[in-house]
Structures are given as C-alpha cells and as structure tokens.
Design a protein around this ligand. Structure first.
Ligand code: N01
Length: 548
C-alpha cells in the first residue's frame, strides 16, 4: 500500500460497481497495490446492467467488442451466446468478472454516496454515504455512469395512480407480467424501443405515448457465429487495436467519404448493405458526412423513413412513427428488433403527445387533453438526467467548498472530460466532454481508468499528492469541445446529448465529438508531455509542515 498522504483512511474511493468501477478496483488494488473502497447503491455488481432489466434490454455494439479487453485470459475464456448479448448475459459476465478477480470483498453494496467534500488543508476527499458513515480518501473516482439517474417527467400525478408503475431504468428484479393487462409505455427512446415488442406480445392492450419518433434501425441480432468468434479470438489484440482506432470504438472499416459524392443507386446499395448487416453500421460505417452535412443526412433520413413506412401497415400509425424535423443520429440512434412490426397488432396503438402533451397521471391512467387512457400498468421509459445528473446527485464540493452544481451551472466544464479545475484528485470515468457515450463503452471506460490510475501512479512515484487541471486547460477544452460540436448537426436537435431532455438544464454538448482516436492521441500527448494542462503538487499540509 502507498499512502503518501497519511490523513486519508484509504487511497481511493470509487463509486459504482459497473463496467467502470469493477475495472478501476482491479487496476488500483491488484496492479497498483492501493487501498480502495468501492461504494455501490445496488445490492450487487453490474451498474447499468444491474438496474436496466426491462424486457428486451441488450447491448447494441457486438458483444465481442462490447466487453473488457484488459485481460487476455478473460476475453479468451468468455463465450457470448448471441451477437448482441441480452441484459441477463451481460450481467452474468460482470458477475463472472467480479468473481474471477475477487472484487466483491472491497465493494460496499446497498449504499449511496451522498457527499464528496474536498479538504483544502489535508488534500483529501471526505466521502459521506447514506448509512451515516464517512471515509477520507486521497482520490475519488466516479464510475457512477452516464445514464443512471432517471429523469423526472414533466407531468405529475404518478403517485395517484392505483395500478403499477415501472421504470425501465430501475426494473424489478422479479420481472413484470403483462399478460392480459392494459399497458401504457411513455417514451420511445432506445429503452422503450427495446421493451415495446416484448410488452406487446403479452399485453391485452398497449398504448405507446410518443413525443418524438425515432430513427430506429435493425439490430440484426442472432446466435453468435463460432467461426467468426474463433477468428476474432485468434487476433483479439489486433481487433481491439482496430476498435480503438475507430471513431466509435468498433473495428468497422467500410465507411465512405460522402453520401453526396455517389449516385442515388450506389447510395441505396450502401444503405441496404448496412441496414441488412445491422447494428451501428448504417450510422457509422456508411458515409462520413452524415453527422456534418444536412444534405448528406437527408439521404439517410429519407432512406430510414421509407423503410419504416414499408414495415408499418396502418398508414396513420406509420405517419406517427416516422421521424421528421430533425436530422438522423442527432438523437442517439436506437437499434431495434421487431419494433415497427409490434404496431401491426390491433392491440398496439401510438399516441402523439408532442402536439398535445401528457397532462397528468390520474388514479386510473394517462390523461392527454380531455381523454384519459385507462390502463393497469404504466411503464416510464422517459430517459435520464444524462452525463451530469449522476455527478450532481453526489453533492461534490471542491476547493473552498465550491459545489459542482455551481461550477456547472451553465453546463459541464472539464479538462479532457476526466478532471475538473477546483476539484483536485477527482476523476470522472467517461465524464461529460469526453467521447463517452459515442465510444464503445467498455473500451472508453478502460481508457479513462488507465488514464486515472496511471496518473495516480505517476504522483506516487514522484512523491506528489495532488493533480488538478489548470483553469486555462479547462477553458481550452471547453472551447474545443463546443467548436467540434458546432461543426456537427447535433446542436440543432433537442436531445439528451445537448442536455435538452431536462427542463431547465443548461444547453451544452455533453460529448466530445472528435472521435475516439483523436481523443486518445490527445490524452497520450498530455501524458507524454508530463501531464500538460495539469498542476501536480504535494499536499498543502505536507508543504506547510515542511516549511514550519
Ligand atoms: O431515454 P431517451 P432511453 N412526455 O431519453 C420521452 C442508452 N440506452 O432510456 O425524445 C412524453 O432516449 C422522450 O421524448 P423526447 C442510450 O444511450 C442504450 O430510451 O424527449 N414523452 C423519449 O422518447 C440511450 O440514448 C441501450 O421528445 C417523454 C423517451 O421518453 C439512453 O440510454 C438501450 C417525456 C426517452 O428516451 C437513454 O435511452 C437503452 C414526457 N414528459 C438505452 N419525457 C442499448 O441498446 C421524456 N419523454 C445499449
């Protein structure tokens, strides 16, 4: 154990036991020999995959890529059964990782972090938890996730409802039975789109309350091909390198420069091929300019609209389900299996709640204007206070007691999306202004955990205690992040990428849109230059005692 700063109880407190927290603990404890305490609100490991147990929940990057790369034996041993694993299988994988590396013994489950306060004198964090305990640590690492705090919907009355209310992001462990029931699903984002086909199979009646139709495209799931897996496993290192060298962190290599530089026929062939191949190929492996050029975007948006209309038999339902008025992929593109076909059942209807919003939940159902839809169950698939929400929820206070909520009153400010000026020794795994949600998450997480743990190791090796980005570096990073975002079509759309799904939340791009390779190169340069943009120092108390 290395505790340069003796006023701390442990070297590091980590919040969260999902993909981020588990790998962080392994790195800190088993590779760097640092005392580490992980605090997790859930009763077991899994993070996102612990909470999001709704029917149909599954990853939408192929599991051979959406998995840890840090341990060669792990990636060789683990066998995925489907191309895109479902939530139960991903959870089993994370439980396996916890067992394999003996991680649970250093995780406090069923406990929430409610305060994280910096002590300027001792240069330590005091981390308060909802069981009344507190622990002092040299470093605090947030693996609290990007999509873990459910959004509070704009409409009221949920507590009055006499039936059952279910939240996709906090689904009951025992599951839910919709057989013969009248069900309302509110929200048609990625979660709703995955759940609706399953709920439609069992429910007597399903009413989907949709505010903004999405450009959902086929996932293309199926059993995993053993030959393909054997090939990948024989070359896993190269496959992971290729993934890390790709904008989205997947080893796709068919992207072409411009949708506008080819004939309509050729474009159609490309879109068809990517549509049939499934997953994110249509989005990220077709044409490079679709996120940047509205005309290029129109070509793919029109293509998807046409495909939706082919699949939905009732022209009125098809019109309601067809997105208009915003560019494809400026909201996070959902991937689907039998989503549009679910609306071909007579028992499934869709209500447009953009023109007439939901007024309230009554004792018996959902009231929209003068009509109440009477239901037995309401499923809230209304999304999350994304990216900043999980951090704000922990009452983080930096130098001089500065609340993070105050620092970020006008939107997130970070350096590299991983650290914040005035909040020393706080690392945000896949924080706002990093590629995060637009970079294959397990790899994005590994990169950030490696950066954070390497930085801590660097301090320890050099007799230092404190790392903090400079105000200038933070300003420059904010400018760069916004400049890149402004070159894309994203800022024009109301999405959680822009903080626009939460009333009153400042509008700011939450994601670094320069892509994983550029971001990784920047981080490597920063480290290479001796942590440029960061101030590294001994603890204040140690400086004072040396001087006196
Ligand atoms: O949340 P969302 P989500 N009245 O914010 C609607 C990841 N994910 O949980 O678009 C009526 O996307 C809202 O309408 P609008 C993925 O990154 C991944 O579905 O704001 N409707 C929208 O339709 C994803 O992006 C997977 O107009 C209201 C929906 O609720 C992220 O999680 C699977 C409303 C919310 O959609 C979030 O997805 C699932 C209101 N008052 C999720 N308020 C994978 O496959 C909100 N809505 C890996």
């Amino acid at each position: 154990m290395s505790k340069t700063n003796s006023s701390a109880d442990v070297d590091v407190v980590v919040v969260g036991a999902g993909f981020a927290g588990l790998y962080t603990l392994h790195r800190l404890r088993d590779k760097l020999n640092l005392t580490t305490r992980v605090v997790e609100a859930g009763s077991d490991v899994g993070g996102t995959w612990f909470w999001n147990r709704y029917p149909g929940a599954r990853c939408d990057i192929e599991s051979v890529h959406y998995s840890y790369s840090f341990d060669e034996d792990l990636q060789q041993d683990w066998q995925w059964s489907e191309k895109f694993a479902g939530q139960p299988e991903i959870l089993r994988y994370l439980e396996h990782v916890a067992d394999r590396f003996d991680l649970r013994k250093d995780i406090t489950f069923g406990t929430r972090v409610i305060g994280v306060h910096w002590d300027d004198v001792d240069s330590v964090w005091t981390v308060h938890t909802d069981d009344g305990q507190s622990v002092r640590s040299r470093y605090f690492i947030s693996g609290a996730g990007n999509l873990s705090v459910p959004k509070t919907p704009e409409f009221g009355g949920i507590d009055n409802f006499r039936g059952e209310v279910l939240l996709t992001g906090n689904w009951p462990r025992e599951g839910a039975d919709f057989t013969g029931k009248r069900v309302a699903v509110i929200g048609a984002g990625a979660s709703g789109i995955q759940a609706i086909p399953f709920i439609a199979e069992d429910a007597a009646e399903l009413v989907v309350f949709q505010r903004t139709p999405n450009f959902a495209t086929p996932l293309g799931n199926g059993p995993i091909d053993p030959d393909e897996v054997a090939d990948i496993k024989a070359n896993y290192r190269a496959v992971r390198d290729a993934a890390r060298n790709h904008f989205l962190g997947v080893p796709f290599d068919q992207v072409q420069p411009s949708a506008l530089a080819v004939s309509a026929d050729e474009r159609r062939r490309t879109f068809d091929a990517r549509w049939n191949a499934g997953g994110f190929r249509l989005f990220i492996d077709s044409y490079q300019d679709i996120l940047f050029d509205k005309k290029a975007n129109d070509t793919i948006a029109d293509y998807i609209r046409e495909r939706i209309r082919e699949r939905v038999q009732d022209p009125e339902k098809a019109a309601t389900l067809t997105p208009t008025g915003y560019a494809y992929a400026t909201k996070r593109p959902p991937l689907e299996t039998n989503y549009y076909e679910a609306f071909n059942r007579d028992s499934v209807s869709v209500v447009d709640v953009k023109s007439t919003p939901i007024d309230e939940i009554t004792e018996t159902g959902v009231r929209v204007g003068d009509r109440t839809y009477e239901v037995d169950v309401i499923v809230l698939a209304t999304g999350f206070d994304a990216m900043t929400g999980p951090l704000m929820a922990m009452d983080i206070r930096g130098r001089g007691g500065l609340p993070l909520a105050e620092k970020w009153a006008h939107g997130p400010k970070t350096y590299l999306g991983i650290m914040v000026n005035e909040f020393p020794n706080l690392f945000l795994i896949t924080g706002p202004q990093s590629p995060s949600v637009l970079y294959n998450m397990p790899l994005a997480i590994e990169d950030h955990v490696d950066f954070a743990t390497d930085a801590i190791d660097h301090l320890n090796r050099n007799g230092l205690d404190v790392i903090e980005p400079t105000a200038q570096a933070e300003r420059d990073w904010g400018t760069l992040t916004n400049d890149i975002a402004n070159q894309t079509l994203l800022p024009e759309t109301n999405s959680w990428y822009m903080g626009a799904n939460i009333p009153g939340k400042p509008r700011a791009c939450m994601v670094y849109l320069g892509g994983a390779p550029t971001y990784r190169a920047t981080c490597a340069e920063v480290v290479e230059a001796g942590y440029s943009g960061f101030a590294l120092a001994p603890a204040e108390a140690r400086v004072a005692s040396t001087v006196s």
